[in-house]
Write a protein that binds this ligand. Structure first.
Ligand code: ZN
Ligand code: ZN
Length: 393
């Protein structure tokens, strides 16, 4: 492009944009159903490289727009304000884009790799940010390292390489960054009006890794037939972790008592008499009768029945539980292989309906299947050979 006294010459980028658009029209009019699906992989790679190149050209032109104050005639006060206004960008995106276009002026290798299509905008953003943080310590050699890494790995892994580079060049800075990350930690646990709890938080790298490792171990590998999403499985694992801490009895006492969850429920509710009150869980809102029946089923949660804590009568005696574990070896629900530690003792006929707390009337169910049977209306039947049959509602 040549430019004479602010005027574009006889060669304008407008023509090029028209050509690019007509080429894109050719692509979008292609009937993909007639093409082998496998060929779309190569197309993804080619299109990603083109996107990268387009980003590079956009940043190059933005730099000229910004440094030459090309936005001024429109009345906008900055390139960032103009981008927000005319491209409908958020403030963050517009600021980042202007900052990167400026920093790229001093990062020739990075700019070239983006222009060649070899690395993406996100890689460039990370390299530019690092260059800004390290200042004069970031030299051409450092840039070569990061550009080479960017060509091979995703931005997430590039971040690790950056971490290592920073550690070499500025170990004190890395420590103070880690301390800053640690001071940003928080955990919100709040209850919404409909009684649901919401968790929201930040952990530093170490805290997050500890939590992730523990949750991963409780989640275990995905099992055939498990219809929960990954996030649902993680939510269940977090609750399971807390439940085991409570059950394990290792937690410090609160108000002279081992911490435990109590459910207040009337006998009428437990035996599902019509017109009975809802049950109440400590720290929570009223819960459905069937949930109270499940919680009381194994008496793992102390039921407060008709106002009296019920510690003894329904608790599965140690010897019975040991026999139950020896017999069932884990969750008995068809196809489930949860180990005994993750299970409740379920009364096939609930004790509130007169079912005895004896081996014949008990089976082990994992928390998920226990819930399926109580709240979600599945029924269990024992076949002649004592094989368990689960019937959906
Ligand atoms: Zn049960
Ligand atoms: Zn199970």
């Amino acid at each position: 492009m040549c430019s004479v006294d602010g005027e574009r010459g006889n060669w304008t980028s407008q023509e090029v944009f028209e050509e690019i658009n007509s080429l894109l029209n050719r692509l979008s009019s292609e009937d993909l159903s007639s093409l082998p699906a496998g060929s779309m992989g190569e197309d993804q790679i080619a299109l990603q490289r083109i996107c990268n190149r387009v980003q590079a050209e956009g940043l190059r032109r933005l730099r000229r727009f910004d440094t030459g104050r090309g936005y001024a005639p429109s009345g906008a006060l900055s390139a960032r304000a103009w981008l927000r206004w005319r491209l409908n960008l958020t403030t963050t995106t517009a600021s980042e884009r202007v900052a990167i276009s400026r920093k790229l002026a001093a990062l020739p290798q990075t700019e070239q790799a983006l222009a060649d299509g070899d690395i993406s905008y996100r890689h460039v953003a990370l390299i530019a940010e690092t260059a800004g943080q390290l200042g004069e310590k970031f030299d051409a050699q450092g840039e070569t390292i990061l550009v080479d890494v960017s060509k091979e790995v995703c931005p997430w892994r590039l971040q690790r390489a950056i971490w290592n580079l920073k550690h070499c060049l500025e170990p004190d800075g890395v420590l103070s960054e880690a301390n800053k990350a640690n001071s940003r930690r928080f955990l919100h646990l709040s209850q919404t009006f409909d009684g649901v709890y919401r968790i929201d938080g930040w952990l530093d790298a170490e805290g997050g890794a500890v939590l992730n490792t523990a949750l991963d171990s409780i989640m275990g590998p995905w099992r055939e037939g498990d219809e929960r999403s990954a996030t649902q499985r993680r939510a269940d694992a977090a609750v399971e972790m807390a439940r085991r801490q409570l059950d394990g009895g290792q937690l410090p006492e609160v108000g002279g008592q081992k911490p435990h969850l109590a459910v207040s429920v009337d006998m009428a509710t437990l035996s599902k008499e019509p017109g009975s009150m809802a049950a109440e869980l400590e720290w929570s809102q009223p819960i459905p009768a069937e949930t109270a029946r499940r919680l009381a089923c194994d008496a793992a949660i102390t039921p407060i029945i008709d106002g009296e804590a019920d510690h003894t009568t329904r608790v599965v005696p140690g010897a019975t539980r040991r026999a139950l574990i020896a017999r069932d070896k884990g969750c008995r629900f068809p196809g489930c292989d949860c180990p005994p530690a993750w299970t409740d003792a379920h009364h096939i006929k609930h004790w509130a309906d007169g079912g005895p707390t004896t081996l014949d009337n008990l089976i082990l169910l994992c928390r998920r299947h226990h819930r399926l049977v109580h709240e979600e209306g599945w029924t269990l039947e024992l076949a002649q050979d004592r094989e368990l049959i689960a019937i959906p509602p």
